[in-house]
Design a protein around this ligand. Structure first.
Ligand SMILES: [Zn+2]
Length: 92
């Protein structure tokens, strides 16, 4: 008898795969570690060259250099949070 086929899941950076849930969660955890925001969010602009004025700079991903949160990090955070929710609800 043939084992049941795993569902097709789209993973950022890999495309569509048929992986077990645990492998997808491991991939999400690896993406969450790899894709990090640039922490230098506040910069200074000078008005008339004498008055400092703080400005918020746009944050980028250090790995893929897209605006933060980049699609890979957003997906990983969504995946990990939904996994955590599911684990909590299973424990109750
Ligand atoms: Zn990224």
């Amino acid at each position: 008898m043939k084992p049941p086929e795993l569902p097709l899941t789209f993973l950022p950076g890999l495309g569509s795969v048929r992986w077990p849930e645990a492998a997808i969660d491991n991939y999400a955890a690896a993406l969450d570690v790899a894709h990090r925001p640039d922490r230098s969010r506040v910069g200074v602009r000078w008005r008339w060259r004498i008055i400092p004025r703080p400005v918020l700079q746009s944050t980028h991903c250090l790995l893929c250099e897209l605006d933060w949160p980049c699609p890979a990090a957003a997906w990983a955070q969504w995946r990990l949070s939904s996994y955590a929710r599911q684990t909590l609800s299973d424990a109750v």
